[in-house]
Ligand binder design. Structure first.
Ligand SMILES: *Cc1c(COP(=O)(O)O)cnc(C)c1O
Length: 386
């Protein structure tokens, strides 16, 4: 048998685990020590210290995550936003310009339009499926292209292949937020992206009990990002690293069940007379369905939909649900539901939301691991109450 296991399911369990096992422990123990005895290290980045993300817990996670997405190296961080902020700050110098997709995760949107502008960086937003807009917005000082594999909350899939190719042609570092598909459904480095970032809070950990982040890419890029991370300080605590590591081992089982559950729920909702519209890339009439089929091995556990009755009906529906919890975040074992106009996108004006295609009654659902039949029964009775 060669060194590298062939299948992702096997890598989830075995890749990156210390060999020989530490004290024979089958499960990597938690190294809850902020500092480690000096061993003659000659560089600051190599001193063994928890903030420098080099404990055995960190190193095992780095090797495992790199293997899962076919990267040479990886770095975990204190949150998804720590991974995104550290990656962008490591890749951009003052005066540089960034091209970013126009419908980003709220925290990333705030980071780019607020903090980064304050530091002398500039940006343009581009549409994910409009190559003319990419060319029009390109500047001599453009350094980075930043996109998301599946957008939130409308579940659109940009022309990711063309975006990666465009970045390569113009010498840009391409960064993609791969939180929604996870490596089970999509491996961006195989499609030409330079760096893949994750909110490990969501599917990678999968149990709604920590915040964590990760970035995966080439040895050279990760070395630079790791160096910046050591100064910015957003490192992952050992205990959270242990929980993330434990969660990752069951990623394929969870994501495959969530793929199946979300497709069943999307089909049920689409057929229901009280539902005006369903956004799920696995539905045949989703505008990006063909593209999603080519890129992804599953369509993910996230969907959104609109009710006919507007905001009041949406609120009545949310109150009547018994199983999904009305809470932000996603990717856990329990289904979570939110109304983006009232939560994740409340910072936008009604007009900005309208232009982004986010209606007041839109409901977003993160499908958990409950039996799909039970979820469907619950949705059905909540739709009657709406
Ligand atoms: C949650 C999320 C983030 C931010 O991650 P945190 O772990 O909350 O910092 C970034 N991108 C996407 C797509 C997310 O869903």
């Amino acid at each position: 048998m060669s060194d590298k296991p062939q299948r992702l399911e096997t890598d989830l369990v075995h890749a990156g685990e210390p060999r020989p096992r530490i004290e024979g422990a089958v499960t990597l123990p938690i190294f809850q020590s902020s500092t480690f005895e000096f061993g003659g290290e000659s560089e600051y980045d190599h001193i063994r210290y928890l903030r420098l993300s080099n404990t055995p817990n960190h190193q095992a996670l780095h090797r495992k995550l790199a293997a899962l997405e076919g990267g040479q190296a990886a770095l975990v961080s204190a949150s998804g936003m720590a991974a995104i902020a550290t990656t962008l700050l490591a890749c951009l110098d003052a005066g540089d310009h960034l091209l970013a997709q126009d419908c980003l995760y709220g925290g990333t949107h705030g980071l780019i339009t607020g903090e980064m502008v304050r530091l002398g960086l500039s940006y343009d937003f581009i549409r994910g499926d409009d190559p003319d807009s990419w060319r029009r917005c390109l500047k001599p000082n453009t350094r980075v292209l930043y996109v998301e594999s599946i957008t939130n909350p409308l579940m659109q899939v940009a022309d990711l292949e063309a975006l990666a190719r465009f970045a390569r042609e113009h010498g840009l570092i391409s960064v993609i937020d791969n939180t929604f598909p996870t490596p089970v459904n999509f491996r961006p480095l195989e499609w030409g992206f330079d760096l893949s970032v994750h909110s490990g809070t969501k599917y990678l950990n999968g149990h709604s009990d920590i915040v964590a982040g990760a970035v995966i890419g080439s040895r050279g890029h990760i070395r630079k990002i790791h160096h910046t991370a050591n100064h910015l300080g957003g490192s992952l605590d050992s205990h959270a690293a242990f929980l993330l590591h434990r969660g990752i081992k069951t990623l394929a089982l969870r994501v495959e069940a969530q793929n199946r559950g979300a497709l069943r729920l999307a089909e049920f909702l689409q057929a229901h007379p009280g539902v005006a519209r369903v956004n799920y890339p696995g539905l045949k009439d989703h505008p990006d369905h063909q593209r999603a089929c080519r890129l992804f091995s599953g369509f993910g556990g996230m969907l959104s939909f609109e009710l006919h009755g507007g905001t009041e009906a949406a609120e009545r529906f949310l109150k009547a649900l018994r199983l999904p919890v009305n809470a932000p975040s996603l990717g856990g074992v329990e289904s979570l539901v939110t109304r983006p106009a009232a939560t994740s996108h409340v910072g936008l004006s009604r007009e900005e939301r309208r232009r982004a295609g986010i209606s007041e009654s839109l409901i977003r659902l993160s499908v958990g691991l409950e039996a799909p039949d039970d979820l469907i029964r619950d949705l059905e009775s909540a739709l009657e109450a709406a």
